[in-house]
Design a protein around this ligand. Structure first.
Ligand code: ASC
Length: 129
């Protein structure tokens, strides 16, 4: 999929960056920093749910220690556990989108919290500070 290891690193970092931008827009509404707009929440949650599927291919074999990465070696030495975390995120972001589509801010808040916990769990286990 990637012409060179650096491309895999760029791909996963950029996918995570785009996902975080759109997750942040949902978060701004959930945390009251911007007014709640159900349509905007759905649009952003759709992007989050789509983007959540992408970064993992970028953690390809031979791309640890490439470029400017915070990924711990455990990503490659504990692949099954890493996949549990990425699968969890894909599941949670699917629920986030479903929650956004209910047009209920409290439902969205709950799903946002669960999704953020999933982000954090993977960072705590697989990302260096
Ligand atoms: C975000 C973002 C993350 C997660 C994480 C949740 O908005 O960019 O990496 O939420 O901070 O704990």
């Amino acid at each position: 999929q990637f012409a060179k290891p650096e491309d895999a690193v760029k791909y996963r970092q950029n996918a995570l960056f785009v996902m975080a931008q759109h997750f942040g827009r949902v978060g701004a509404m959930v945390n009251g920093r911007t007014p709640y707009d159900a349509k905007v929440a759905v649009e952003n949650a759709e992007i989050v749910a789509d983007m959540a599927k992408l970064p993992w291919a970028g953690f390809a074999a031979g791309t640890d220690k490439v470029g400017n990465t915070k990924a711990k070696s455990e990503v490659w030495s504990e692949q099954a556990r890493f996949k549990e975390h990425s699968d969890k995120l894909v599941g949670e972001t699917g629920k986030l989108l479903a929650a956004a589509k209910t047009n209920n801010l409290d439902t969205l808040k709950t799903a946002f919290g669960s999704t953020a916990s999933s982000c954090k769990a993977c960072h705590d286990n697989f990302r260096s500070q």
